[in-house]
Every structure is written in structure tokens, then in C-alpha cells.
Design a protein around this ligand. Structure first.
Ligand code: QUE
Length: 350
């Protein structure tokens, strides 16, 4: 049991509140272990017509996985146990992502605030993604020596015009209006009307109808003017070619994007571009199996532990990546990340 999540069933609606506001509702293993059986029960319960998930507090839906706990558990090396937190956390999180992807009823994620990493995994796989003017949506993992996981392979490889590759490599932060460009199936609802939306669903209004009743124009995002540059530069097949294309572009956006990439883990950049190539057309299960291989590869490496130190522990934002330069990240290091882990592949309950 945990106080960090509130799970209730009322009015034919299963409700999940991620309630760790001081940590921006970052997802812990006990929270995952509370959600998974609740979703199974709701899927089987004919009295439950929909599930609604939101974040507690004012600021966040969910800022990601509790990567600091993984860092604590893994930074001095790890034993071979399948229950080591560096294995159990990602195994159970990815299974939960698949459970949401395959959930047979409306699953409404209210992204009324910060939504990053693990929070994206609790939302993009659901049938209804609701964004607001308070949404800040990102897959920031290349900043911590990781890669976009939680089934983002499935999501990002389906974004139009190479936006997925852009989001994955740069960790760009999207506003609600921009999320609609990446995810044309998402809906914009003004933050002030989210309460009304939830009330309508509880009153038995079909979810599509309830969303349509409060939906609004998102207005212009910040990405719009840069879609051509993104589409042109991120179409390339190597990180070097992407960096060169950004350098040739000459605009401020391209220059800032290129500078941002140069601060991210060189290993992550190469691994992520390969992830975007190999991820094309995979089922959610195959995407998650690949991601589990990748995350175990990262747990055996250097940059994840250094990235968490720099971003979340010491907060100096000055990671000393190893290898430090892109040229030093050879194909064998990239390939090692895609190998089956010694304890075996991720499997799914039937
Ligand atoms: C990249 C990430 C994460 C991140 C920052 C990154 C991430 C994550 C958090 C986070 C933020 C606030 C918290 C917390 C965790 O930050 O996955 O506990 O209070 O969970 O650059 O992937």
C-alpha cells in the first residue's frame, strides 16, 4: 500500500489520482503495483464504464519515473536478482504501459500540467488524451543518459513529419497546442473546464460526447513555425547529418536545437536514433521488449547514473558523459544496448 496514489471506484468510473505533488507525482514502484490490479479489476467489472487518471496538486500530471530511486539502488553496481529495482521497476512499469495500451474501455488521461517520461507512458497509450494550456509535455531522457521508454517507441515512430525523432533526441518541451501536432488524436480542453469534464463522465455522459462538450481551439503552439526545419533536419539517418543540417539552416531555432543536442548524452543520441529506426512498425509488445533491452543496457553503462547525478541529485546540470564525444560512440557500443539482457527478455502476462 502507498499514500502516493488514490484509487477509487464510484459512479461507474475508475479514478486514479497520482498524489505525490512535492515530487511532481513522479511514479514509484508501489504506485505501479497499486494501478496494475485496479485496471485489471475495472476491465473485468461491467459496472465500470471508464477510467480517469489525473495528477494531484496544481503543477503536474506526472514528471516521470522515480529515477532517483533507481539511481540510489544501482549506482554502486547491482546483483543478478530479477527483483533488483533496476529490473523490477522497468519490468512492471512497461507491463503497465501495455495494459493501458490494451485497456478495453475508455481511459481518459487529464494532462493538466507537467507530463514527462513515465507520465507520458501513463497517458499516450490511453484512448483519450486531454491536454490544456497548462500542459508541458516532453520525453527528456537524453538529458539523463537514457532514451524515451514507456512505449514511446510506439508513439514517437507514429508522429508525423519526423516530429517523433525531434522530440526523442532533443527532449523538447511541448505546450498543449503542440501536443496536438505530435498526437492528432489528443483533445484540447481549457484547464478551467477539466472539473466539468470529469463530472460529465461521472454523470454517465459517453466520454466522446463529454470531451466534445468542453473541447476548444488550442490556439497556435510554439512549434508551428519550425515544422519545416524539423521535418528537413530530423529526416537524416545519422546524428552527424542531423547536426550538420541544423548548422546549415542558419536560423535561431536550428542553432538552439543544435546546441541543446550537443549537451545531451552522445551515447543516448546514437542509441535513440537507432531506436527510432528499429522501432518502425513494431507492436506495443515488441516495442516494450526492445525498450527493456535498452534500459538494461543503460543500467550497465555510465551515462544514466551521471545524468541523474547532474540533473536530479547535485543539480549542476554539467554531466561528464563517457564517452564524451559522438565520434567515440562506435557501432559496437550502440549494438550492445540492443542485446538480450542476461536475465532474459521482458515477458507479458497472458
Ligand atoms: C529527464 C527525465 C526525468 C527528469 C528530468 C529529465 C524523469 C523524472 C524527473 C523528475 C522530476 C521531478 C521530480 C522527480 C523526477 O525528471 O524521468 O522525482 O520530483 O522522473 O531531464 O527522464
Amino acid at each position: 500500500m502507498t499514500d502516493d496514489i488514490r484509487i477509487e471506484t464510484a459512479d461507474g468510473v475508475g479514478s486514479i489520482v497520482l498524489d505525490r505533488p512535492k515530487a511532481l507525482n513522479a511514479l514509484t514502484l508501489p504506485m505501479i503495483r497499486a494501478m496494475a490490479p485496479a485496471l485489471d479489476a475495472w476491465a473485468a467489472d461491467p459496472a465500470v464504464g471508464a477510467v480517469v487518471i489525473r495528477g494531484g496538486g496544481e503543477r503536474a500530471f506526472c514528471a516521470g519515473g522515480d529515477v532517483r530511486a533507481i539511481w540510489e539502488a544501482g549506482r554502486n553496481g547491482r546483483d543478478a536478482s530479477p527483483d533488483h529495482p533496476t529490473r523490477a521497476f522497468f519490468r512492471e512499469e512497461y507491463r503497465l504501459n501495455r495494459q493501458i495500451h490494451r485497456f478495453p474501455k475508455p481511459y481518459v488521461a487529464l494532462l493538466d500540467g507537467i507530463t514527462m517520461g513515465g507520465g507520458v507512458g501513463l497517458s499516450v497509450h490511453g484512448s483519450h488524451r486531454i491536454v490544456t494550456e497548462k500542459t508541458m509535455f516532453a520525453m527528456p531522457e537524453t538529458a539523463i543518459g537514457l532514451f524515451p521508454d514507456v512505449g514511446a517507441t510506439w508513439f514517437l515512430t507514429r508522429c508525423p513529419d519526423h516530429l517523433g525523432t525531434y522530440l526523442a533526441l532533443t527532449g523538447a518541451r511541448l505546450k498543449g497546442a503542440d501536443v496536438l501536432a505530435a498526437d492528432p488524436g489528443a483533445h484540447f480542453v481549457p484547464s478551467a473546464r477539466i472539473v466539468e469534464l470529469e463530472a460529465a463522465i461521472r454523470a454517465g455522459t459517453p466520454v466522446d460526447q463529454a470531451v466534445a462538450a468542453v473541447g476548444a481551439e488550442a490556439g497556435p503552439g510554439t512549434l508551428g513555425p519550425h515544422r519545416d526545419t524539423i521535418g528537413r533536419c530530423f529526416a537524416h539517418g545519422t546524428v552527424e547529418e542531423i547536426l550538420d543540417a541544423l548548422a546549415r539552416d542558419g536560423g535561431d531555432f536550428a542553432r538552439e536545437t543544435r546546441d541543446g543536442l550537443l549537451h545531451r548524452s552522445p551515447t543516448s543520441l546514437r542509441v535513440v536514433l537507432e531506436q527510432m529506426k528499429r522501432g518502425q512498425g513494431l507492436s506495443i509488445e515488441d516495442a516494450l521488449v526492445m525498450e527493456y533491452r535498452l534500459v538494461q543496457g543503460c543500467m550497465d553503462g555510465h551515462d544514466f547514473f551521471e545524468g541523474i547525478r547532474a540533473v536530479l541529485v547535485d543539480k549542476d546540470h554539467a554531466p561528464k558523459w563517457q564517452p564524451a564525444r559522438l565520434e567515440e560512440v562506435g557501432p559496437e557500443l550502440v549494438e550492445r544496448h540492443f542485446a538480450v539482457p542476461p536475465e532474459g527478455d521482458l515477458t507479458f502476462p497472458s
